[in-house]
Every structure is written in structure tokens, then in C-alpha cells.
Write a protein that binds this ligand. Structure first.
Ligand code: PEP
Ligand code: MG
Length: 551
């Protein structure tokens, strides 16, 4: 047995074979081929596999986000059947070049040709040719780009995973995550918690590719990774897994019960999601609504801007499936660690403080308007609220509201129905927004505290930093006092305040949040019932005064 210690960032015990994440785009070596017939057959087989994959992606996209987005995969299939492209590759292979190099050579030629055209649409197709070619090369080299080429579910190992990589994974194939690097506050860790999948980060060099395929057991609470566990370890961890399952059954009995304290204070417990796929978990865990729909994941899943129609379908699905319960959709929060190449953002020295989130939306109003149109259109299908990230100033909120009004006027003129009462809220995740919360509260319908960024900016500690978790102390009194100040100002203005950062699920602080008067907690779906159980055990008359005096 090899026992590796990392940092647990998403609770739970999982057991299964270890599988190393295959990153597409590995360097391709050009080799001389003797048997060109066999190489041609290998290419053809990979091309057919790619066609099948694209068909599956088409069907998935059609069901989840609709025709317009699914059409991309159809277009990719057509390209893969394009005779000029296929014959071009066959010719290069025929001259004795290995299939991987032949595909990339022809892809480059096609991309160059398309880019040289005087037509923006055709220029845009260059990325598509590269995309399908990378897929074929990935299949040829056994590395299904970003995929998990395994029949059985696995414990996924990687050096680190970008949010855009994590969102594209087939979740049904993942029992757990283990990464060499990473931070507990990164979006990958957050995604693991949203999906309720055990995760461990920071295992360093000890995670070796040589362990690939070996049975491992991980404990997402303690951070243990046991490779080929001995009998004692295996028994201990599997016993813990059984206990967790039993506890889950017990918590299941709380479904349908209110989130109410002993002295009758009600709290809204909502869920954080990244895509409509997560709604099953929200409903299964009896979430009272969606407190944070991180809409940027729709952008990260795509290789170009998601269209209004595509977004509309995703938001409509969320609104409908939540059956009239509040669904707070946060507008695009791209930038910093969440990068999508097609935004072509300039490289920044300090991206966490750069052009991100609302700053991008206010700089590129056409991107913002497309999203707002989709949101307003979807608002008639349920109870949608819109929330804006990274606010620091009152002028930003006023400009946002002006843009919202312009979008509403457009829709009215086009006779497209929308809910006139859509609530607008802002995230409190910068110290400036806390300091200005008295004025900001007069502008909006609600506040939601993003403790991940609020901690980062208050303590000046990078939430992504590999060696900074010790300093990233969300329990720091400076953070808690910020929450209190924003809550007091919200209540003075008659609006509600929630917490949608990871701290909301920290049950060691639930009593403090209730003492502060937090009205809503938005947490990963798997945290709803444990939180409900804690809320129901609290009597706010007992300790609130003392807690507030010591803040
Ligand atoms: C936060 O900053 O706390 C938050 C909820 O937003 P994100 O983690 O997506 O930045
Ligand atoms: Mg944030």
C-alpha cells in the first residue's frame, strides 16, 4: 500500500481505479510509416469514432440546450466527412506519414486557408477544423481530449484541472478527484462539492502515473489517498463510507421539513449550481431554490459565445424545473481563473483584479445584453432573479439598471413577454461593496455575499494560491464583520441578504450567521440537509448576543 496525504476539499469516501486525466493537444511526433494501408485503416477507424462521439454530443446538447447549440456538432460531423479534408489526410498518410501528423498537417493547411478568407464566418470555421482534428488525433493517440476513456467509473487524477476542463467531464464516470496542485477555494474544488464528489488536492509529486489503473480509496475529508490499500486501511475507510451512507439516509428524513430554528426563525436554504445538469441534485436534496447559478459555465463549455437562444433554453429549463421557486442567475463572471479563449482577454499581471465579471459586461455591452435578453425571456417560465458579480460602486449598479431597462424596452417593442418584477441583486464580494452597502442597498432587491472573493480581497490572499490555504481564513473576524455590516445595511433598507460563498455551508458558523440575521444560505446541493439539521438544532435566543458582542 502507498498512503499519500493531501488536503480534503470535498467530503466523502470513494473507492475505484485511478485514472489519469488525458489532456488533449499533446505534442505530435511525425514518424515514417511502412504499412500505409494499416495507417489508413487506423485513421478511418478514428474518424468513425469521432463521428459517433459527435453524434452523442449532438444528442446531449439537443436535450440540454437546444437545437441551435447542438447544430455545432452537426457542422463538425459534416466537416469530418468533407472529401477535400479526408482525401487530403489520406494523401499525406499515403506518402508514408503517421496518421496523427497527417491529420494535424492538413488541419493547419485548412485553418490557414480559412483564416485568409475575407469572410468572418469562414474565418471562424478555422477553429472548428482544429477542433475536429484535435478530436481525431486524441482518439488516434488514445487520449480522448478532456475525456475519460474508461468503461467503469474512476477516481480521476490530474496535476490540476481548469474550470473549463472540469465542466466538460462526464460526471457519471467520476467517483472522486485527486490533484497534485490546486487550492480548496478554486472553482474545481467548488465544482466537486456542487457535484457531491469527494475531492483531494495538493498531493504533490507523490501521485505517480505508475499508479494508473490501480485500486485506490480516497477520503475527501481527511485528504488520505490509499493506493492498493492494505486490509486494515481498506476496512477503516469502507466502514466510514458505510457510515456516511447511513447518515445520508438519516438526513433524507429531513426532506420536506422547514429550515426553522427552535425559536421559530426561518432561513432560506438554496443551492449553488453551474448548469441545468445540477438541478437533479437540487431537487433530490430538497433545495428551496437556486441561490447562485454560475452562468459562466455555459460560456466555459462552449468554444464560442453561447447564443441568446442557447442561454434562454438553459435558464428556462432552470426556471421550469424549479417550479416557481426562486432561481438566482448570476450574470457572466468570467476572467481570473475562469478563462475562455474566445473572449480573447489580454493577459494580465493580476487577473483577479483585472478585467473580470461585471467589468467585462460593462466593457462589452453586446455580450451583456445577449445574456440579459435570454434571462428576461426565460423569466416568464418561473421565478428568475438576476444577480451581478464583483460590484464595487454605485455607478456600476446604475449603469447595469440602465442596460436592463434598455433590454426590457427592446423586448417590449418586439412584443416578447417577460416578467416585469424580476428581482435584481448584487454580490457582496469586494470590501468596497461592503463599505458602500448602505447606498447599494437602496438600488437593488437583495444582496448575496460571495465569501470566496470577499475573503480573497479582504485578506489580500489569492484564493487560487497553492500554498496559501493556511492564510485564506474565511473565519477571520474581518470577513465576519464585513458580512454583519452588509446585513445591517441590507435590513435597514428593507432588503434581504444571503451568503452564496462556500462559507455558507460551514456549519460551525451557522449560529453566527443566524445571529447576524442572514436570511438565506446558498450551498452545494449535498450540503442542504446537513445544514437544515443544524438550523433546526439552534435556539437563537441562547447565544446571539454573546456572538455579536465578540465579532
Ligand atoms: C464567491 O466569490 O464567493 C462566489 C460565490 O463567487 P465565485 O466563487 O464563483 O467567484
Ligand atoms: Mg466570486
Amino acid at each position: 500500500m502507498v498512503l499519500i496525504q493531501g488536503k480534503g476539499v470535498s467530503k466523502g469516501v470513494a473507492a475505484g481505479p485511478l485514472y489519469f486525466y488525458q489532456r488533449g493537444g499533446a505534442e505530435i511526433v511525425r514518424t515514417q510509416i511502412e504499412d500505409t494501408e494499416a495507417e489508413l485503416a487506423r485513421f478511418e477507424e478514428a474518424r468513425q469514432t469521432a463521428m459517433t462521439q459527435l453524434q452523442e454530443l449532438y444528442e446531449k446538447a439537443l436535450a440540454e440546450v437546444g437545437e441551435e447549440s447542438a447544430a455545432l456538432f452537426e457542422a463538425h460531423q459534416m466537416m469530418l466527412e468533407d472529401m477535400d479534408y479526408v482525401e487530403g489526410i489520406q494523401d499525406v498518410i499515403g506518402s508514408g506519414v503517421n496518421a496523427e501528423a497527417a491529420v494535424m498537417e492538413v488541419a493547419e493547411q485548412f485553418a490557414e486557408m480559412l483564416l485568409a478568407m475575407d469572410d468572418e464566418y469562414m474565418q471562424g470555421r478555422a477553429a472548428d477544423v482544429k477542433d475536429i482534428s484535435t478530436r481525431v488525433v486524441g482518439i488516434l493517440s488514445g487520449a480522448v481530449a478532456g475525456g475519460i476513456d474508461s468503461e467503469v467509473p474512476v477516481i480521476l487524477a490530474a496535476d490540476d484541472l481548469a474550470p473549463s476542463e472540469t465542466v466538460q467531464l462526464d460526471k457519471s464516470k467520476i467517483l472522486g478527484f485527486v490533484t497534485s496542485g490546486g487550492s480548496g477555494n478554486s472553482h474545481t474544488a467548488i465544482l466537486a462539492r456542487t457535484m457531491g464528489i469527494p475531492a483531494i488536492i495538493g498531493v504533490g509529486e507523490k501521485l505517480k502515473e505508475a499508479y494508473s489503473g490501480k485500486d485506490v480509496i480516497i477520503d475527501g475529508e481527511t485528504g488520505e489517498v490509499a493506493v492498493e490499500a492494505d486490509e486494515i486501511t481498506s476496512e477503516r475507510l469502507l466502514k466510514k463510507q458505510a457510515k456516511e451512507r447511513a447518515l445520508k439516509e438519516l438526513l433524507d428524513q429531513l426532506k420536506g421539513q422547514p429550515n426553522i430554528t427552535i425559536d421559530g426563525k426561518k432561513v432560506m436554504v438554496y443551492c449553488n449550481i453551474g448548469s441545468p445538469d445540477d438541478l437533479d441534485a437540487v431537487l433530490a436534496n430538497d433545495g428551496g431554490g437556486v441561490g447562485l447559478f454560475r452562468s459562466e459555465f455555459l460560456y466555459l463549455q462552449n468554444d464560442t459565445y453561447p447564443t441568446e437562444e442557447q442561454q434562454f433554453r438553459a435558464y428556462k429549463t432552470a426556471a421550469e424545473r424549479m417550479g416557481g421557486k426562486r432561481v438566482i442567475i448570476r450574470t457572466l463572471d468570467i476572467g481570473a481563473d475562469k478563462q475562455a479563449d474566445y473572449f480573447q482577454l489580454e493577459k494580465e499581471e493580476n487577473p483577479a483584479m483585472g478585467l473580470r465579471a461585471i467589468r467585462i459586461c460593462l466593457t462589452r455591452p453586446e455580450v451583456f445584453k445577449t445574456q440579459l435578453r435570454a434571462l428576461y425571456r426565460a423569466s416568464v417560465y418561473g421565478k428568475i432573479a438576476i444577480m451581478f458579480p464583483m460590484i464595487t460602486s454605485v455607478w456600476e449598479v446604475r449603469e447595469i439598471k440602465r442596460i436592463c431597462q434598455a433590454v426590457q424596452a427592446e423586448l417590449r417593442a418586439e412584443e416578447i413577454p417577460f416578467d416585469e418584477q424580476v428581482e435584481l441583486g448584487i454580490m457582496i464580494e469586494t470590501p468596497a461593496s461592503v463599505m458602500m452597502s448602505d447606498q447599494l442597498a437602496k438600488e437593488v432587491d437583495f444582496f448575496s455575499v460571495g465569501t470566496n472573493d470577499l475573503t480573497q480581497y479582504t485578506l489580500a490572499v489569492d484564493r487560487q494560491g497553492n500554498n496559501l490555504d493556511r492564510f485564506f481564513d474565511a473565519h477571520h473576524p474581518a470577513v465576519l464583520r464585513m458580512i454583519k455590516q452588509a446585513a445591517d445595511n441590507a435590513h435597514k433598507a428593507g432588503i434581504w441578504l444571503g451568503i452564496c460563498g462556500e462559507l455558507g455551508a460551514d456549519t460551525s458558523l451557522t449560529e453566527t450567521f443566524l445571529a447576524i440575521g442572514v436570511d438565506e444560505l446558498s450551498v452545494s446541493p449535498s450540503a442542504v440537509l446537513p445544514l437544515r439539521s443544524v438550523i433546526r438544532s439552534i435556539d437563537t435566543r441562547k447565544n446571539s448576543e454573546e456572538i455579536l458582542a465578540n465579532l
